[in-house]
Design a protein around this ligand. Structure first.
Ligand code: 13P
Length: 291
């Protein structure tokens, strides 16, 4: 089944009122854990890499592993480059074989954001089979090397969202709606549901079927996740939660087995922790059985 871009699986999700989980990984064992959880649940999947892990693992190695694993998996799997601010690196990863590319020019002025996003979208569309995600407004918090403090974050203007999609040819839109990368400081983060609703309705009224992306999944209450999906979020990003799960599981295993030197057992333990965590998200997203 296997190698797909994001747009095709997300349009199906949008119609079916569920979300596809987009999970950031930093190594191959995490990648395997995320894939296995989705295969067991028969759920479609988006694997994400930020720029640093992509460079650290090596683009060609990562894509080779993705292709091999995705080709064998009985579910659709997309490989997404997350929050890349560098147009040339976006193009490089498209050439290597990522199937969804996020050009994040959201901190640039509106016209420059359109220009850069369009440059990447046109490039990827010319290659074929690759879709592109853009961001409008700025999502607060830290993801990879990008840090946006709350005071500087700016929510997405719905009318501008239409213009942005039309002029940039972008395939997926990540509108800033108050969610944030990293750990929320409060139990009930202030999310602008109305803004997401307005954007989704405006798109529909204008016969635009662009899927909407929700960033900052970690720490959102279950009700919030479900409501965001109901209102039109069809790609849901989760990063920090997996990083914490990975490091906590590794620490837990080593603390309990300080005299053991079998890395395979440690890898298995940490991979299982990732699988369990990812399964919780799949259940929240309603994507089980949708592959
Ligand atoms: P979290 O780290 O808050 O889960 O956000 C993930 C994300 O949006 C990646 O783009």
């Amino acid at each position: 089944m296997a190698i797909v871009n994001a747009r095709e699986i997300l349009q199906k999700a949008k119609k079916g009122k569920y979300a596809v989980g987009a999970f950031n990984i930093t190594n191959i064992i995490q990648l395997e854990g995320v894939v296995e959880a989705h295969v067991e649940a028969q759920a479609p999947l988006i694997i994400q890499t930020s720029v640093s892990p992509a460079k650290f693992l090596g683009e060609s190695v990562l894509v080779a592993v993705y292709r091999e694993i995705a080709a064998a998996a009985p579910i659709p799997v997309c490989l997404h480059l997350d929050h890349c601010q560098d147009v040339d690196y976006c193009k490089k990863c498209a050439d290597f074989g990522w199937t969804n590319i996020m050009i994040d020019a959201s901190r640039e002025p509106f016209e420059e954001n359109i220009r850069r996003t369009k440059e990447v979208a046109d490039y990827c569309h010319k290659i074929g089979g690759i879709t592109v995600e853009g961001e409008l407004g700025t999502v607060a918090g830290v993801e990879d090397q990008i840090k946006v403090v709350e005071d500087e974050s700016k929510l997405c203007d719905p009318e501008q969202a239409l213009e942005f999609i039309r002029r940039s040819n972008v395939d997926l839109l990540a509108p800033a709606i108050g969610t944030a990368h990293g750990v929320y400081k409060t139990k009930n983060p202030k999310v602008d549901f109305e803004r997401l609703d307005t954007i989704a309705k405006l798109l529909e009224a204008n016969k635009m079927d662009t899927p909407l992306v929700i960033h900052g999944g970690t720490g959102l209450p279950v009700d919030t996740v479900k409501r965001l999906i109901e209102l039109g979020g069809s790609k849901f990003n989760v990063s920090t939660d997996l990083k914490h799960t990975w490091i906590d599981a590794t620490y837990q295993y080593i603390s309990a087995n300080r005299d053991e030197y079998d890395p395979g057992k440690l890898d298995k333990f940490a991979k299982n922790a990732i699988k369990e965590k990812v399964r919780e998200w799949i259940d929240m997203f309603g994507s089980a059985g949708k592959a």
